[in-house]
Every structure is written in structure tokens, then in C-alpha cells.
Design a protein around this ligand. Structure first.
Ligand SMILES: C[S@@+](CC[C@H](N)C(=O)[O-])C[C@H]1O[C@@H](n2cnc3c(N)ncnc32)[C@H](O)[C@@H]1O
Length: 289
């Protein structure tokens, strides 16, 4: 089939499943991966023949997109804070809101990075996007990252290697304080950051099929009656492993900003700042021990 016809077939197959602009962007992403052609190359090669395995890959992508599988899992990677990250269904696809959290940390710490070797811990690292972006942009920092999922950590380690940074990855359960104490017995951190699971079961209804049916529930959901479970555990354990004047950063549930703030106040954290994302939602919080 020629490329021009393949594009028409691709568009028609996904019509009604996604908006036109999204279908076009899927086609461009897949062409870049399968045919090594950028958008401009496509328009210049409309009569090139696409057959065999290459055609099969487009067909496979169409079938998976019809099941609302995220394009990032189909292509196998995504971009975050200017870096490329491998992703598969064992890790959450990094979100733009989380880039804002990374930016906030870098804005607060960039100037200190030269002299003071910051020790940073990322909790619930998933693909490693936060830890790796910080390590890349704070080359003097010593970055640690933990997750309960060994499968996620495999991807995170690969991402650290591919992005040429040194991050120490640890398997641990953040809800089990014995686990924590063993891992970080002799360490005190300057910065602890986490984007933990924070979506309540009651918020599932508002979520789209591609998230709900394909992204790891372990990374997303908490019970309705204990939505701040992770925040409480991390905040309490931070009392022991965060240096005094150390900083704690969280990405948060947009509906629970004030509750999260209260939790930090009750745990004697100071200078608490709640920050909105570009969509004007309460999305991150910073506190000083
Ligand atoms: C919302 S995802 C964040 C992933 C990544 N940091 C990001 O921002 O894209 C939460 C992560 O917490 C991990 N997690 C869930 N329960 C955990 C636990 N009890 N202990 C440690 N990590 C946990 C999940 O495996 C998942 O990778």
C-alpha cells in the first residue's frame, strides 16, 4: 500500500474513536517510529510503498488504539522534561503536571547544586521520570529512587542508563516503615519528592478508558476513606530521614490541597506552599522540616 493510502486507511479506521487531530498525531508518531519519517518526510514521500512488517505494525497499532491503549505504550516511549523515557504497562505514563513539579524543584535548588551535594529521594518513582530529570539537571546531586514494583524499577533503571545518569534504585514498600528504616538507615536527605497514588475510587468515573483500562492501578488508586494514606506515611517517615530545613515536595490530588496542607501542618512542617498547575488546579505542595 502506498503511504498516502495507508494514511487514509489509518484515519478512516480510527474515525469516531478519537478526534481528527489526535489521529493525525498518532499517525505522525507511528511513522516516525516505524518508517523513521518525520511529518515533513511523509508529505514528500506519499507514493512510497509500505508493506510487509511495516504495514503489519500500523495494523497492530490500529487494533490496539481501537482498544484505547495509550499511544505511548504502543510506541514504547514518551518525552518528559526534554528526555526520552521508555514506558510499558508496568509504569504510569509521565504527565505534564509532573514536569511542573520537577521545574519547581529545579527553580528552588539550581543555584545550590554546584557546591552542596544534595541528597534527593524520589518515592514511587515508576518510570523514574522525576529522579532521572533531577539527576540530569542537578549533576552534583546524589539521587535515590524507590518503588514497590520490581517491574517498574526495571524500566526506571533502563531509563537512567539511556539518559546517562546515575540513580540508586531501591525496591521498598513506602507503607511499611521497617522496610524504609532498613533501606535508609544512615541517610538523611535534603529533598524528598513524591508523586504517590492519589486518585480516589470515587474519581474513577471521570477517568478516560485509556487510563482506566491500561495504566497500572497500583500507581493510581487509593481508597475513598483514606485518600492521604501515602502522604501520611511519607510525611511521618520524613521526620526521620529528611535533614532539618530539608524540603518535602508532593504532587497532589487537585481536590485535596487543603487537606494535604493540614496534614503537613499537623506534622510540624513549616513554610508550606500550595501551587497550582497550568490548568489552575491545586497540583503540588512544598514544605520545610
Ligand atoms: C502516581 S505513580 C508515579 C510514577 C512516577 N513517579 C511519575 O511521576 O510518573 C505512583 C508510583 O508509586 C508506586 N507505589 C505504589 N504503592 C507503593 C508502595 N506501597 N511503596 C512504594 N511505591 C509504591 C507505584 O508502583 C507507582 O510507580
Amino acid at each position: 500500500m502506498i503511504l498516502k493510502s495507508l494514511r487514509t486507511y489509518f484515519n478512516n479506521s480510527l474515525l469516531g474513536y478519537y478526534p481528527d487531530t489526535e489521529i493525525e498525531s498518532f499517525f505522525n508518531l507511528l511513522s516516525e517510529q516505524i518508517l523513521k519519517m518525520k511529518r515533513i518526510d511523509i508529505s514528500q514521500n506519499l507514493y512510497a510503498v509500505v508493506s510487509g512488517k511495516k504495514y503489519d505494525k500500523f495494523q497492530n497499532a490500529i487494533d490496539r488504539l481501537k482498544k484505547y491503549e495509550p499511544i505511548q505504550y504502543i510506541v514504547g516511549d514518551t518525552e518528559f522534561y526534554g528526555l526520552v523515557f521508555k514506558v510499558n504497562p508496568s509504569v504510569l505514563i509521565p504527565r505534564p503536571e509532573t514536569e511542573e513539579l520537577v521545574q519547581w524543584i529545579l527553580d528552588c535548588h539550581f543555584e545550590q547544586s554546584e557546591e552542596s551535594k544534595l541528597k534527593i529521594l524520589d518515592i514511587g518513582t515508576g518510570s523514574g521520570c522525576i529522579a532521572i530529570s533531577l539527576a540530569k539537571n542537578l549533576p552534583n546531586a546524589k539521587v535515590y529512587a524507590l518503588d514497590i514494583s520490581e517491574e517498574a524499577l526495571k524500566i526506571a533503571k533502563l531509563n537512567a542508563t539511556n539518559n546517562d545518569v546515575d540513580v540508586t534504585f531501591v525496591v521498598a514498600d513506602v507503607l511499611n516503615s521497617t522496610d524504609w528504616n532498613l533501606v535508609f538507615e544512615n541517610l538523611k536527605f535534603d529533598i524528598i519528592v513524591s508523586n504517590p497514588p492519589y486518585v480516589r475510587e470515587l474519581e474513577k468515573e471521570a477517568m478516560s478508558a485509556n487510563v482506566l483500562n491500561h495504566e497500572p492501578h497500583l500507581a493510581l488508586f487509593v481508597k475513598d476513606d483514606d485518600a492521604l494514606l501515602f502522604y501520611r506515611n511519607i510525611t511521618e517517615t520524613s521526620q526521620a530521614i529528611l535533614k532539618s530545613n530539608g524540603q518535602l515536595y508532593f504532587e497532589i490530588n487537585e481536590n485535596l490541597g487543603e487537606h494535604t496542607k493540614e496534614l503537613l501542618v499537623n506534622n510540624n512542617f513549616n513554610s508550606i506552599e500550595l501551587k497550582r498547575d497550568i490548568f489552575d488546579k491545586d497540583r503540588m505542595i512544598k514544605a520545610i522540616k
